[in-house]
Design a protein around this ligand. Structure first.
Ligand SMILES: Cc1cc2nc3c(=O)[nH]c(=O)nc-3n(C[C@H](O)[C@H](O)[C@H](O)COP(=O)(O)OP(=O)(O)OC[C@H]3O[C@@H](n4cnc5c(N)ncnc54)[C@H](O)[C@@H]3O)c2cc1C
Length: 392
């Protein structure tokens, strides 16, 4: 990949809305990414390999559970800091951000919110440092957008339960030490439990052949009569609100993160437009190329304001799931559009690994699908504003 010459873009002086701490965190993560990830990410994506050696570094910069309190090993930062970290990671690669999102919002968040004190002490500090990697099992082969239909289930067997079923499309699964799994009990109620690598009957086959998120490991979780001790069950949380609260936290991070990809594509295309000469002039001097850049920075600026405001609401515990859904859908959509336009601006060079745009574009095809597809988020907003359920 060409040198990482990324500089942030702040057309509306939104930095004035950030604290000095926010800016320091951004600088720290950006320089860590430039030093440790930018030089290798293209190679790992091409090889479809997960850069596992980065886990301790991600822990050190606070990317695992940024808002988890210090008593459990997290840095105890606010929600805007969490968003900024996700943005800087995804500015480099959505797969890198996915690893951190899953660990933070889909593994540490439910343990912090729903686990017993002993469970929190057992797992959170080691997840925060990256010593342990976690994954989150909700989606099943026959139940994606409709997780309520899940068939993975467990039966009471004294001091343990017996878990059966399968989860599909699970980020981090092939390397995860623990899995937060959502399954139905004998009454058909959804419960959360932690399954640990090494438990008999638990396997995590890798999903091969992805053209997207190639530097993030994806796999299945297969449970064949797995004996899970009852102390691994979350004691009180019941129903879909458990996993949905995790998705809410992750979607918030994705809204910030996808904007990182958009910024990187814009930054690359803007620089290229000034350097690439055709017909004796930089291509950036042609009106059609300026139209693309003008539309990109306009949408990026709107998206930056959206996530900043959402972060303020989230810090105040006032961000509704519907508001988060809107930001996830909008920001991934504008990132995808930015990537597609930016790729065209680089001509043939746009399809190569010399530049990050094609990788961002392919990654975003997963981001627009996971954590609720674009269409499902449209339905959430539609239901919120009309009061009518158009899902079924
Ligand atoms: C790379 C990757 C990583 C992932 N990581 C995880 C993970 O870590 N953990 C996890 O649990 N899951 C994960 N997922 C799964 C992801 O959340 C699902 O793929 C997603 O929820 C969609 O489910 P599905 O693929 O089964 O599509 P489906 O639900 O089958 O949807 C297919 C199409 O139908 C549309 N559709 C569905 N219902 C409706 C409706 N009522 N009205 C209109 N349109 C509808 C959808 O919008 C979509 O376009 C991951 C997916 C990918 C691709």
């Amino acid at each position: 990949m060409a040198d990482d010459r990324y500089q942030g873009h702040d057309y509306y002086l939104i930095d004035e809305l950030l604290t000095e701490e926010h800016k320091l965190i951004r600088e720290t993560v950006r320089s860590w990414v430039k030093q440790n990830v930018s030089p290798i990410i293209e190679e790992y994506a091409q090889k479809a390999e997960f850069p596992r050696h980065l886990l301790p570094g991600l822990g050190e910069i606070g990317a695992f559970g940024p808002y988890i309190p210090q008593e459990y090993g997290g840095p105890g930062l606010d929600q805007i800091s969490y968003g900024i970290i996700m943005q800087e990671l995804e500015r480099c690669d959505s797969g890198l951000r996915s690893t951190a999102s899953v660990q933070s919002s889909l593994v540490m968040f439910p343990i912090w919110s729903y686990a017993t004190e002993a469970q929190k002490q057992k797992w959170l500090p080691r997840l925060a440092t990256g010593e342990l990697l976690g994954c989150f099992g909700l989606t099943e082969p026959d139940h994606g957008s409709n997780p309520n239909g899940m068939v993975t289930n467990f039966k009471d067997a004294g001091d343990h339960v017996i878990l059966n079923g399968a989860k599909m499309w699970i980020s981090n699964a092939p390397f995860a030490d623990i899995a937060v799994v959502w399954a139905k009990d004998e009454e058909g109620t959804i419960r959360g439990l932690v399954v640990e690598r090494g438990m008999e009957g638990f396997t995590t086959p890798t999903t091969h052949g992805k053209w997207s998120l190639r530097a993030s490991a994806t796999g299945e979780l297969v449970f064949d009569n797995v004996k899970v001790p009852k102390e691994n069950l979350f004691p009180d949380i019941r129903g879909l609100k458990g996993p949905l609260s995790c998705l809410n936290s992750a979607r918030y991070g994705i809204a910030w993160g996808a904007l990182g990809s958009a910024l990187d594509c814009y930054d690359t295309a803007l620089r290229y437009s000034k350097e690439r000469i055709q017909f004796g002039k930089p291509i950036g001097s042609f009106q059609l190329q300026q139209k693309k850049l003008a539309e990109m920075i306009t949408e990026i600026t709107k998206a930056q304001l959206l996530v900043w405001r959402l972060g303020v609401l989230k810090n105040d515990h006032r961000a509704s799931p519907q508001q988060i859904s809107m930001a996830k859908r909008n920001n991934v959509e504008i990132a995808l559009r930015t990537a597609r336009e930016a790729r065209q601006m680089l001509g043939g060079m746009g399809i190569t690994g010399e530049y990050p745009i094609m990788r961002h574009m392919m990654n975003l095809e997963s981001v627009v699908t996971y954590e609720g597809t674009h269409d499902i988020h449209l339905l959430i907003t539609g239901m919120d504003v009309t009061g009518f359920n158009a899902f079924t």
